[in-house]
Design a binder for this molecule. Sequence first.
Ligand code: GDG
Length: 478
Amino acid sequence: MTRIVVVSNRVGPLSDTGRAGGLAVALVDVLRDRGGLWFGWSGEVSEEGTFGPLQFHEDGNVSTATIDVAQADFDEFYAGFANRALWPTMHYRLDLTDFDKRLEQGYRRVNERFANRLVPLLRPDDIVWVHDYHFFFFGEELRRAGVTNPIGYFLHIPFPVPEVLTALPNHRRLAEAMSAYDLVGFQTNNHLEAFERYLLEEADGVRNADGSISAFGQTVLADAFPIGIDAGAFSKFHEADEGAENLTLMRRELDGQRQIVGVDRIDYSKGLPQRFEAFERLLELYPEHKGQVRLLQIAPPSRSEVRAYLQIQRLLEGLSGRINGRFADLDWTPIHLISRSFPRRALAGIYRASAVGLVTPLRDGMNLVAKEYVAAQDPEDPGVLVLSRFAGAVEEMTEAVIVNPYSIDELAEGLRQAIRMPREERIERWRALNEKVTTNTAAAWSRRYLDRLTAIHPPAAAEYDGPRAGVRDEVPSA
Ligand code: GDG
């Protein structure tokens, strides 16, 4: 059977899925299903960097291969172009984008180095699936190195409209590199349309009869593949371990109060300050909620090497302190801000104990928390999802209370509607949402993507006859 070779910046973990991130779980499932290799960054910075030894780890039919990066790579690639140029631009934050040319060069260099380290590990019949904004140029580099395997790409974050993307000085090269993949997957139709519009309007692209677009002397097919979660596991986490413990703990602690919950990496794209201000507005406008409702925001720090992330963390600490100072009473604190991460199983218990799931990013590729919140609810007494109109998830999750995350008033009214929603309406909305979350799971998502990729470009039927000449030292001995 052909192997799947997944390429992503962060790799693993392969086991203890209760602690891994949602995306890692999805990818492990695909790899276990078909057998495969997961290639990416070790998470370490070393002097040898991308020239250092490959680190292999084997677990059943899945192996991981990772390499370090050098300090300059980390600064220019990860903390540089990826997170100070691409991430803000693709989340419509040109005000936070760093346009320094050196960062882009570092990014291109790391893409090239990573691709060249993968080449010797590839077998002729492998299917390669590259993930996310760290590796736009990976496929092009593989092709340049002579790789003829099917190579797909999936973008987890938004693809902005051409009017925004074109602010990036290298936008043409970026789109050209994306066109080197056989299949480019997006989270939503909205992102798909933005990409196709770019090719057609900015790159003189021509649409072919099969829906693919020819541009830059290449032909690429793009489509929307909304990502899902492991909904079955999420709906059961509350029955055991940390899920059950946290559910009981939360219920005792809440003692009849209603809880609004938010779970997000600290990131300026997640709309956290607006969320706190909206809760403040709710208490101002409807003081009967004082002492009755609280907001729990779990916000583990992320990317703290990028200044904008530290700033948003300080802003949140200041805001929650101010709002608590203004409204707290001896037996009630309105906002609980917890700046650390919890195991996924524990999150499931917290979601289930919360009457409202508040998911209000200013921009988001999909947002898995919205789906996890739904999957974790009690079918007899489900909570209400309040969802931003700018989260990719809104294309599917139309039965949520949909809000404009920039409007504090609209957010506050959305919260009030959710808190007061009658049980029959909650059940009706939840059933519709849960049906979607349990149908379009992570496994269904990857199957749909890979079936499409292999239909466009079937993998070679070649027998594996050992590693390519001259590169035996790159292959694990096991
Ligand atoms: C990117 C795109 C897209 C959060 N806190 C903890 C924790 N989490 C987990 C959640 C969820 C995941 O992290 C976050 O996923 P999101 O989708 O919400 O957001 P991003 O991290 O920005 O992800 C996004 C996603 O990729 C997948 O394609 O949906 O649009 O931006 O699974 O549960 N996990 C643990 N402890 C925490 O405290 N263990």
